[in-house]
Ligand binder design. Structure first.
Ligand SMILES: O=P(O)(O)OC[C@@H](O)[C@@H](O)c1c[nH]c2ccccc12
Length: 259
């Protein structure tokens, strides 16, 4: 079994357990159900930098990136740096994140927040809304077209935007539908961890213009962004490059200043 399959098996068990402990009615009682969300796609369309900065403590490909920051200092730093939005990893087992991280981020910043999670069930979208997210991620590699449709429609019904992540042409072709706002090409193969900007470059032309194009992972230089922009990319998701420093906010500030 590859790592992605393992994560999904664990995630499905986790969702079953959580559903039995926290009922939907409790999630729906959250103050965030009465609040409007902020649009990341609008921010990206109107930005010259397009940076979506990620809060990421560790990953399956890197045992430890950084455990010494608080969520507040990282997210405040990203907001002050001029990021268009922030991605918050909420998976615990593989990424060391939590829904509390999302809640703390929401209490700290006023820019769009992505719940970065392996979403397999509508329940997780309710959790995202209940903890202050503005958008969710759907990963084409682990969902059928029917699932992408149901989950994205559900997200939209709650006012959340949808970023759909693909890694190859087949995933892209099966996924295109009007309930998506942004399409992200992951430069990292989640099954093998191979990273190359070529994945973004190769798929760009096949992404219809109605979706904001986002390039995700393995971006660590201004040159990389300048290479990707001519392919139509408006958003750039960066985690490790900021989180591995001793001041993520400062690293993001210095990066964005050059764009
Ligand atoms: O740290 P990086 O290489 O800058 O990557 C950030 C982000 O793209 C990556 O964390 C990511 C992209 N898609 C995902 C899906 C699940 C978990 C994590 C991810």
């Amino acid at each position: 079994m590859n790592i992605l399959d393992k994560i999904i098996v664990d995630k499905k068990r986790e969702v079953i357990l959580k559903k039995s402990i926290i009922p939907v009615s409790q999630l729906e009682a959250s103050v965030f159900f009465g609040k409007k969300t902020i649009s990341l796609s609008d921010n990206l369309r109107n930005s010259t930098s397009g940076i979506i900065a990620e809060h990421k403590r560790r990953s399956p490909s890197k045992a430890e990136i950084n455990y010494s920051f608080t969520v507040e200092e990282v997210t405040k730093g990203y907001e002050n740096a001029g990021a268009c939005g922030i991605s918050v990893l909420t998976d615990g087992k593989y990424f060391g994140g939590s829904l509390d991280d999302l809640l703390l981020a929401r209490a700290t910043v006023n820019i769009p927040l992505l719940r970065k999670e392996f979403i397999v069930d509508e329940y997780q979208i309710l959790e995202a809304k209940a903890h202050g997210a503005d958008l969710i991620l759907l990963i084409a590699a682990v969902l059928t077209r029917e699932e992408i449709k149901t989950l994205s429609e559900f997200a939209k019904s709650l006012g959340l935007e949808v970023l759909l992540e693909v890694h190859n042409q087949e995933e892209l072709e099966k996924s295109i539908m009007p309930t998506l706002d942004m399409i992200g090409v992951n430069n990292r193969n989640l099954k093998t961890f191979e990273v190359s900007l070529d994945f973004s470059k190769q798929l760009a032309a096949q992404i219809p213009d109605d979706f904001v194009k986002v390039s995700e992972s393995g971006i660590s230089s201004i040159e990389a962004i300048n290479e990707l922009k001519p392919f139509g990319y408006k958003g750039f998701l960066i985690g490790e490059n900021f989180m591995k420093t001793n001041n993520a906010g400062k690293a993001a500030t210095e990066f964005i200043k050059q764009l």
